[in-house]
Design a protein around this ligand. Structure first.
Ligand code: ATP
Ligand code: MG
Length: 440
């Protein structure tokens, strides 16, 4: 993409209501525009990151055996009345009346609807286990929308639902999602720690939140330090026994504020005690027959007897993650994107558009990176060099290649690694090579 043809509406001033880094940088870097409280337009740069995160989440769900589908955002109140949640949910639920005076709502979550899908089609234990998911916009009329996309009212969530014949099998599904989440967050370049969590209005008795540690986090969390640096499970056999992955992580102390047990925490060696602020990026629940019982979602077991399906649900805040990743990865000059989710693979800066050699070399690097599938951004705009560098720092692409007459005198360009700040001079071909190798 050429900057001169792109749509990158940067802000010079930091909006005063943006109190956390990710919110400030997302506004300044032209990633989002607020439409009303907690509701945002995703501008091209933000949209690209959102879609990349969504795709990684999708790939890891598919690997774990979950099957993608799509349910609507607008739901009928009927199903919610069957489970008793229409009254229980409270003012966070946006209730809508259609022209025929039918009660509708903008879905804050989908347990009720997926249970209806399940009971409509699934009859036999032979069809189990099943894990179904969608990636769809949700609406929750949050009391205090804030921190930009991290606590929005309209937000994008990946939500998976598991159906099993027995609790024992349901725990296996839970473990699959547990492992898939660890791999997902590692691919996104963040360290998310699974912590014992409260189940809230979703209900149930087994639940973990996946939390990234950041000063701007809304809640206080407590855990054993070693959990933060643990490697993801990587290649796992999702058909096999995954309980060791679950046990390994949950044998060390980790809890959110609501579930915190100061006595247990004190048993951790002092130098390993970590209490910090956290951002919840995922949440998994096992809740058995909470929805399947009132909605009569049953299957025939091997003796031909009806059995209520045992369920779990598993959410990831896809849009919250855009902010969460920035909270975990930025400096005073701007965003530092992990390679897996960066909106463009590299930035090529033509420091002097109109200068023949500077034009030719920057175009050549740009074309080679395009051909290599790196998806570069070429800054071909006229303007001061200082503006070019600070703009690149702000939008945070992992590599910046600066091409200008001064370096070209001895045949070199300057490559900066955004994460380390390290700068190196090299030939244009070496620069292309370095970036290509980084994405290979
Ligand atoms: P929170 O405690 O932060 O309000 P929650 O526990 O109500 O979240 P869940 O029902 O567990 O949220 O939803 C699954 C995921 O959706 C969360 O882990 C979070 O990443 C994301 N999410 C929830 N609420 C919001 C929101 N208002 N804005 C953006 N993402 C959200
Ligand atoms: Mg939650």
């Amino acid at each position: 993409m050429r900057l001169s043809r792109y749509f990158l509406p940067l802000l010079k001033e930091t909006p005063s209501d943006a109190t956390v880094a990710s919110h400030r940088y997302m506004l300044r870097a032209g990633m989002i525009k607020q439409n009303s409280a907690g509701i945002y337009t995703w501008l091209p740069l933000g949209h690209k990151v959102l879609k990349k995160i969504e795709q990684i989440v999708r790939e890891e769900q598919n690997k774990a055996g979950a099957i993608e589908m799509l349910m609507p955002t607008i739901q009928s109140a009927e199903l919610w009345k069957e489970t008793g949640r229409f009254d229980a949910y409270g003012p966070e639920m946006l209730r809508i009346t259609d022209r025929h005076d039918r009660e509708m709502l903008y879905g804050p979550t989908n347990e009720d609807m997926i249970t209806d899908v399940f009971r409509s089609f699934v009859r036999s234990y032979k069809d189990l286990p099943k894990m179904l998911y969608h990636i769809q916009w949700k609406f929750r009329d949050e009391r205090r929308p804030r921190f930009g996309v991290m606590r929005g009212r309209e937000f994008l969530m990946k939500d998976t639902y598991s159906f099993d014949l027995t609790k024992e099998d349901a725990v296996k599904s839970y473990n699959k999602m547990f492992a898939a989440y660890l791999n997902t967050f590692a691919r996104l370049g963040i360290k998310a720690v699974p912590m014992k969590a409260d189940t809230g209005p979703i209900g149930g008795d087994l639940s973990h939140e996946f939390v990234i540690l950041a000063e701007s986090g809304e809640s206080e969390v407590f855990c054993h330090r070693d959990l933060v640096e643990m490697d993801p499970p990587g290649d796992v056999d999702f058909e096999g026994d995954l309980s060791h992955i679950f046990k390994e992580r949950t044998s060390l102390y980790a809890a959110t504020e609501e579930m915190h047990d100061a006595e247990e925490f004190a048993k951790i060696p002092e130098d390993k005690q970590l209490s910090a602020r956290g951002i919840e990026v995922g949440h998994i629940f096992y809740f058995g027959d909470k929805y399947s019982a009132p909605m009569k979602a049953t299957v025939m077991d091997s003796d031909g007897k009806p059995q209520t399906a045992m369920m779990g649900s598993y959410g990831i805040g896809v849009s919250r993650l855009v902010g969460g990743i920035i909270e975990a990865s930025h400096d005073e000059n701007g965003i530092i994107w992990p390679k897996s989710v960066t909106p463009f693979g590299a930035g090529v800066m033509n420091l002097k558009p109109g200068h023949d050699e500077s034009d030719a070399v920057s175009e050549d690097i740009y074309n080679k990176l395009v051909a290599a599938g790196v998806d570069p951004l070429l800054d071909d705009e006229k303007g001061s060099i200082g503006v070019k560098f600070s703009r690149m720092d702000l939008i945070g692409l992992p590599f910046q290649i600066a091409v200008g007459p001064r370096g070209l005198k001895d045949g070199s360009v300057e490559v900066k690694d955004r994460a380390t700040g390290e700068k190196q001079n090299m030939t244009p071909d070496e620069a292309v090579d370095l970036v290509m190798k980084a994405y290979a």
